[in-house]
Unconditional design. Structure first.
Length: 373
């Protein structure tokens, strides 16, 4: 019998298992397929900066806690497993067109008020940092402390780290039901056996709703497809992560460039489409004209777990003592995984939470996120 069963072997579930096992807990992770091969693997690995002292919202606090944890986690995983997850500080530039310049200044000011280093850039200054950017971009700002990580490498390191700590990893063992008896999770049922534990953490991404909906109808997580394209170019035309609204370019040291990403409400349909791939390539070429000479390598997609306010659910599941949720991170699962794992560990072990978690509760008001331009 385990101390904790984690349902879901993506970056959130594996991070929770790694954190708990590091504190001596006996942990089993169950996943319906191979570990880390859904949304966790599909992302671009952008890690925005944060400042715990200046964080003025729950989201900012969670982001800041993760930003603080990432160097330590990456170094520890490298030491324990020998796997380099690709964590590095590359900096980021957010670009704005003429009609959105005031919005850009407002965003830069929000970062500044949070205590994050930010540098406002005019057109000439942007091209001093990134000469290949299109000349029609009048305004942007630079976040010198923005970092990146290689998703597949980080997942490989997490899996190895979990195994080193004795975590039982059970791939291809989908959970059919969680039996709750007298307000406590009694067993986790799969097609082959029933697993028992003192605590159950549901971290199954876009599939979370079917496991907790009978206990808490307020948890509204749905899949949101995101498509990404990979190009390669030598030499790399850009050094920074470039963000343009919801879309981005992420340069890798090996000459690859990720272009993302779409947001499509298509249920559990996981496939690339010619229209979306073409649109992403066109976006990249408009932003960095030199990319018209880049080589197309591949495209893929993932099903992100979307919540109405685009914030995750982290905390106890109502009506089920010792059952916890860590899901609904939407576009920020990899980014927020260390902080989420720390908070779940603190909750289960009653260690007092580093930041307040009430805003991430299952029964918070359902407020739709404002559109981002």
């Amino acid at each position: 019998m385990s101390d904790v069963i984690v349902v879901g072997g993506g970056v959130i579930g594996l991070s929770v298992a790694y954190e708990l096992a590091g504190q001596g807990a006996a942990v089993t992770v169950l996943d319906q397929s191979e570990f880390g091969k859904e949304a966790s693997w599909a992302g671009a690995g952008i890690l925005p900066p944060g400042n715990l002292t200046g964080a003025d919202s729950p989201e900012a606090g969670l982001r800041a806690l993760s930003s603080e944890q990432w160097p330590e986690w990456s170094a520890r995983l490298l030491s324990e497993t020998g796997i380099d997850n690709g964590y590095r500080n590359c900096g980021g530039i957010a670009v704005y067109r003429e009609e959105h310049m005031e919005l850009g200044r407002s965003h830069a000011n929000e970062w500044r008020q949070e205590g994050v280093r930010v540098e406002e850039l005019g057109s000439l200054q942007m091209r001093q940092y990134e000469p290949a950017l299109h000349s029609d971009l009048p305004f942007g700002f630079r976040l010198p402390d923005l970092c990146q990580v290689r998703n597949p490498r980080h997942l490989k390191a997490l899996i190895a780290g979990c195994l080193e700590l004795g975590v039982q990893l059970r791939p291809n063992e989908g959970v059919l039901d969680i039996d709750v008896c007298e307000g406590k999770p009694h067993s986790v049922k799969t097609a082959t056996e029933n697993h028992e534990a003192d605590h159950v953490v549901v971290a199954s991404g876009a599939w979370t709703g079917r496991l907790v909906s009978s206990l808490c109808s307020e948890v509204r997580i749905k899949p949101m497809r995101g498509q990404i394209v990979m190009l390669s170019a030598q030499p790399l035309p850009i050094r920074h992560v470039i963000e343009d609204g919801r879309r981005y370019l992420v340069p890798r040291p090996d000459g690859r460039i990720l272009i993302g990403s779409t947001e499509e409400s298509v249920g559990f349909e996981k496939r690339n489409t010619a229209g979306a791939v073409g649109e992403l390539v066109s976006f990249a070429q408009r932003l960095v004209p030199a990319l018209r000479h880049a080589q197309f390598e591949r495209a893929w997609c993932g099903l992100r777990p979307y919540s109405p306010d685009e914030n995750p659910y982290i905390g106890p599941v109502p009506n089920a003592d010792r059952m916890w949720i860590a899901a609904g991170h939407f576009r920020a699962g990899l980014q927020l995984s260390p902080a989420t794992a720390v908070l779940v560990r603190e909750l289960i072990m009653r260690q007092g939470c580093t930041i307040a978690v009430e805003a991430f509760g299952c029964q918070r008001p359902a407020v739709e996120a404002a559109p981002v331009q």
